[in-house]
Design a protein around this ligand. Structure first.
Ligand SMILES: *[C@@H]1O[C@H](CO)[C@@H](O)[C@H](O)[C@H]1NC(C)=O
Ligand SMILES: *[C@@H]1O[C@H](CO)[C@@H](O)[C@H](O)[C@H]1NC(C)=O
Length: 397
């Protein structure tokens, strides 16, 4: 061996090169996750009109212009006037909508259990707040304190105490113009441990939990969106922006605030900002996550921002509620939000600083995150370390 050091160098270089290719490959394949493969996508609204409108014929707005597919959602959307409101008993109310779906979908029995459960109760959308028995833990209305510029509305689940605490200690910690709220279903659960007393204590201690009395499962996340929008109407109508985000995201709050403050006013008025999927279509592999049977939905998804975290203009809350009353239920919260925005004639805006499905080795690097607005997923410990590094002038990049 004439030059063992050269050989060592060469093999190290090759390893590094291989590693780089691998990292790029994995991050690309993971980024294109979600509901991939462009196919016959619905044509999107062409011009970005900044003002929401809600036409009488939503089918056309939602791109249902060709021959009407037989799939249940498409048929429903065609026929739907408004969904039965939760507290009315008109024509059997919200339960009747689900019962009809179960009866009219020929292969309903073969649907995955969570999709069946979703459809049975999908039109039931009014739920009372879940309040701790001992009282206390009231979430103050915005007028009682002051109106936030950016409300951080974090979708959590009752058992995820550590995730919530990490958010409170990091990107959700008090800052001028921001306010932090967590959105949760019932802490009683179905078969799991009863977390009522722990959640009641937490609610009392922090007064930042908005809880409603429904089963907290992923297919019920749209309820959190809709109940939040209704809460905003009553308690925080003048909020400028709302970040709807999962509790395993890391938000670079100062950078996000800077970005929002610099937006052109016409964009800001109708904002729907995040990591945007433009040409996604339903996944058809039964047994896999995000599976959507052909007999339920046909066509492409509207352009939508990934549910990992996106920002909307607060003034759109009442508009979105009106749209939701007339858009047939769909199991994925982010796709459903995309449908509602599309019904209003509004388009999402993509920002490359939102990365909602990033490899763990990147999300924990403060130098990469420094220039981003939101990354996900991150564990509580990683969030805390990252927040410290981002704020520490010693940690130069
Ligand atoms: C709604 O729009 C679609 C597509 O343009 C059209 O085929 C349908 O007739 C319209 N429905 C009504 C009730 O006007
Ligand atoms: C959502 O919550 C409601 C009310 O608790 C429940 O009836 C329904 O089954 C839940 N949805 C799913 C998909 O479990």
């Amino acid at each position: 061996m004439r030059c063992p050091k050269c050989l060592l160098c060469l093999s190290a270089l090759l390893t590094l090169l291989g590693l780089k290719v691998y990292i790029e490959w994995t991050s690309e394949s993971r980024l294109s996750k979600a509901y991939p493969a462009p196919r016959d996508t619905l044509p999107g609204p062409t011009t970005a009109n900044p003002e929401p409108t809600l036409p009488t014929n939503l089918s056309a707005r939602l791109g249902q212009t060709g021959p009407l597919p037989l799939a249940y959602w498409n048929q429903q959307q065609w026929r739907l006037g408004t969904l039965p409101s939760g507290d009315s008993a008109e024509a059997g109310g919200c339960q009747a909508w689900g019962a009809a779906a179960a009866a009219e979908i020929p292969d309903f029995a073969t649907y995955p259990e969570d999709l069946r459960r979703f459809l049975l109760s999908a039109a039931c959308r009014s739920f009372p707040r879940w309040l701790p028995r001992a009282g206390g833990g009231q979430v103050a209305s915005c007028s009682d304190t002051d109106v936030p510029y950016l409300l951080l509305a974090v979708k959590s689940e009752p058992g995820r105490f550590a995730e919530r605490q990490a958010v409170r200690q990091t990107w959700g910690s008090p800052a001028p113009g921001t306010r932090l709220l967590f959105l949760l279903g019932s802490p009683v659960g179905e078969a799991g441990p009863d977390l009522s007393s722990l959640v009641a204590w937490e609610s009392h201690r922090y007064s930042d939990l908005l809880l409603w009395d429904f089963l907290d499962v992923p297919f019920n996340r749209t309820l959190k969106d809709l109940l939040l929008l209704a809460w905003l109407g009553h308690h925080c109508p003048d909020v400028t922006f709302v970040l709807q985000v999962q509790d395993d995201a890391f938000v670079h709050t100062p950078a996000l605030l800077d970005h929002l403050q610099a937006l052109p006013p016409t964009w800001a008025r109708s904002l729907y900002l995040g990591e945007v999927f433009n040409q996604a279509t339903p996944l058809r592999k039964a047994g896999r996550p995000f599976y959507v049977p052909e007999s339920f939905f046909e066509g492409g998804y509207p352009a939508y921002a990934s549910g990992g975290g996106y920002v909307i203009a607060g003034r759109l809350a009442p508009w979105l509620l009106q749209a939701a009353a007339r858009v047939a239920p769909f199991p994925f919260d982010d796709v459903y939000t995309g449908l509602c925005f599309r019904a209003l004639g509004l388009v999402p805006r993509a920002h490359p600083g939102f990365l909602t499905d990033w490899p763990a080795d990147r999300t924990t690097n403060h130098c990469t995150v420094r220039n981003l607005l939101l990354v996900r997923p991150l564990g509580p410990q990683d969030s805390i370390r990252l927040w410290k590094q981002l704020r520490d002038p010693q940690h130069q990049c």
